[in-house]
Write a protein that binds this ligand. Structure first.
Ligand code: AMP
Length: 412
């Protein structure tokens, strides 16, 4: 089936053709006509199914057909769990809108950056606002926008919105919306909270269920963040607060570091505890029980203590120190993304550990993008002259020394 038969206008069809898409994906075939008709949609679809275009294309078309009211009104609100997803959707909108004669005014807002430019940009309203819930509420508190004329609400990756602890924010936003509106709900999984939301939110929705391939691999988003060694604790704090991570397992290299990092986090007001082999069994059991129950937000552990940990629904693992052995990398990140749930694994790399991380990637055939977080950009670019020790692959192993000696012998 060609894109032209879905009811999309020529500039939008041209934009998808320019992207090189030959035919719509199954979710696009079902969602685009349903959204164009103005009804509610409830779609279960994974990232990678083409779901972004499935809602952006018909939204663009409907916006072009009607005029924006004057004032600080937002016409389409797309709520997403993370700033990365917000940025990604913003990029998709830009691409798909490129041939429209009057592209809708689109704004992307999320926390962790100054609110002032967002306040200014929202003057005069917006056709599309892509937002994370926390920042949206901040903006509403500043009276920067009004949702009273909203025509379409999109909740993208709704399951992750709940995982990130946004249920209160969501509830508040929903009370601010007009009764008559179109609701589009996208989610990879349908845990209880999402089902309850769908029942409350949606009115006679078109149900789209794109059968995904059975999940053989766990769904873990692997992120690599470049940061200088002395700034890791601050960055960790920043990430926890910004992403509202509710359960974070942090791996460090030594028992001392578990205590040190946990102390620092506690001093910053977070509920954190250390877990390592020298603690009494009672203390370990207690820390784990608290972590599993959710009363403890951050558990800072060594590999030894973490072996075999099975924490249902653990959302985030952080490699504060990289694992010495490349195999332990998979072992560590596998603590999250269990039982088909989504997980995030963040690894900090510094000048001294870049080479080691490349080794880990090579071993597992990974090629992960490096990220930097605003305010935490590394300034240490060169690896230190002296080996820091403790990093496998940096120092020559006995075998490598023998090999090198044999090579020298052979060459001489
Ligand atoms: P999404 O599921 O929205 O994250 O999209 C996953 C990827 O599929 C993105 O890189 C899109 O550019 C791409 N994509 C979306 N629609 C199509 C299509 N009809 N044909 C080929 N690729 C597509």
């Amino acid at each position: 089936m060609p894109f032209t038969s879905l009811g999309l206008t020529e500039p939008l069809v041209r934009a998808v053709a320019a992207r090189g898409y030959e035919a719509p994906t199954p979710i696009q075939v079902e969602a685009i006509p349903a959204i164009l008709r103005g009804g509610d949609v409830w779609a279960s679809a994974q990232t990678g199914s083409g779901k972004t275009a499935a809602f952006i294309l018909p939204i663009l078309q409907r916006l072009v057909e009607t005029e924006r009211p004057r004032g600080r009104f937002v016409r389409t609100l797309i709520l997403v769990p993370t700033r990365e997803l917000a940025a990604q959707i913003g990029e998709s909108i830009r691409r798909y809108a490129r041939y429209l004669t009057a592209p809708p005014k689109t704004l992307i807002v999320y926390g962790g950056v100054s609110i002032n430019p967002q306040l200014i940009a929202l003057g005069g309203g917006a056709d599309i606002l892509v937002a994370t819930p926390g920042r949206l509420l901040d903006l509403l508190d500043h009276r920067a926008l009004s949702l009273s004329e909203l025509s379409t609400l999109v909740l993208d990756e709704a399951d992750r919105l709940f995982e990130q602890g946004f249920s209160n924010e969501l509830r508040r936003v929903l009370t601010l919306l007009p009764k008559k509106r179109q609701n589009l709900l996208f989610s990879a999984t349908f845990p209880r909270q999402v089902q309850a939301l769908a029942t409350n939110l949606l009115h006679e929705p078109t149900r789209i269920d794109i059968a995904s391939e059975p999940e053989t691999k766990p769904d873990i988003l692997q992120r690599v963040i470049e940061v200088d060694i002395p700034r890791r604790t601050q960055l960790l704090r920043h990430l926890i607060e910004e992403n509202r991570w509710t359960g974070v397992l942090v791996f460090v290299a030594t028992k001392y570091s578990t205590e040190h990092v946990a102390d620092k986090l506690r001093a910053a007001g977070l509920h954190a505890a250390a877990l390592h082999g020298d603690l009494s069994q009672g203390a370990r059991t207690q820390a784990l029980a608290n972590f599993k129950a959710g009363t403890l937000q951050v558990l800072v552990a060594t590999d030894l203590a973490a072996r075999g940990l099975d924490i249902a629904g653990l959302p985030v693992v952080v490699n504060y120190d990289l694992p010495r052995s490349t195999d332990d990398y998979l072992h560590r990140i596998g603590r999250t993304g269990r039982a088909g749930e989504f997980g995030v694994a963040v690894s900090f790399v510094s000048a001294a550990t870049h080479a080691h991380f490349r080794l880990i990637e090579k071993r597992h055939q990974l090629d992960l993008p490096r990220e930097q977080v605003s305010g935490f950009e590394p300034v240490d670019l060169e690896p230190p002259d002296r080996p820091t020790g403790g990093i496998k692959g940096k120092r020559m192993s006995k075998k490598d020394k023998l090999r090198a000696a044999a090579k020298r012998d052979g060459e001489s």
